[in-house]
Design a protein around this ligand. Structure first.
Ligand SMILES: Cc1cc2nc3c(=O)[nH]c(=O)nc-3n(C[C@H](O)[C@H](O)[C@H](O)COP(=O)(O)O)c2cc1C
Length: 147
């Protein structure tokens, strides 16, 4: 019998009226986190700043999505999509993210991401889609063990 501890099944709902905002350097290290990002992710802004953005990476996310994110940022200058993120307490939250460049005098200096909530139906749709993408890529898939 296997026991899983923690809050891994607990979802945090992103409020409709709030935006989760962060900025990173060109390597994906967090340079700014707004209060909503800190609150929803369960970290303080101080804990987030300076850390790679994969600090909130959820194991249910297929590698290919982030590969696409970085490729699109490089080629098109922006990416948008649905992301399941992991909180500090191992819980999770779903967002629709719009990632793009921050320019100063025409020069790309950082990236920013602005996130909003998604519907329940989309959470179900994307969970199943990402499960399939992981399966297709032979990545470890989601498994819930009841004890
Ligand atoms: C502006 C910006 C925001 C990002 N936001 C997230 C995020 O919310 N969650 C996430 O898992 N990865 C996010 N990423 C992608 C991460 O940098 C990283 O590529 C991803 O977590 C995969 O991590 P890994 O390559 O270590 O597996 C973001 C990247 C950028 C540039």
């Amino acid at each position: 019998m296997e026991f899983l501890s923690g809050n891994f099944l607990c979802e945090t709902i992103v409020p409709k009226e709030e935006l989760i905002v962060s900025r990173t350097d060109l390597k994906g290290n967090i340079t700014y986190a707004n209060e909503t990002f800190a609150e929803i992710s369960g970290y303080t802004a101080d804990e987030l700043i300076g850390k790679p953005h994969n600090i909130v990476r959820h194991p249910d996310m297929p590698k290919s999505i982030f590969k696409e994110l970085w490729k699109d940022l490089d080629i098109k200058g922006s990416w948008s999509g649905v992301v399941k993120n992991k909180r500090k307490d191992e819980g999770f939250y779903w967002v629709y993210a719009e990632v793009s460049g921050v320019y100063k005098d025409g020069v790309l200096i950082e990236y920013k991401s602005i996130r909003t909530p998604i519907s329940f139906d989309d959470k179900v749709k994307y969970q199943l889609l990402y499960d399939q993408l992981k399966k297709d890529a032979n990545e470890t898939t989601r498994r819930i063990i009841y004890s």
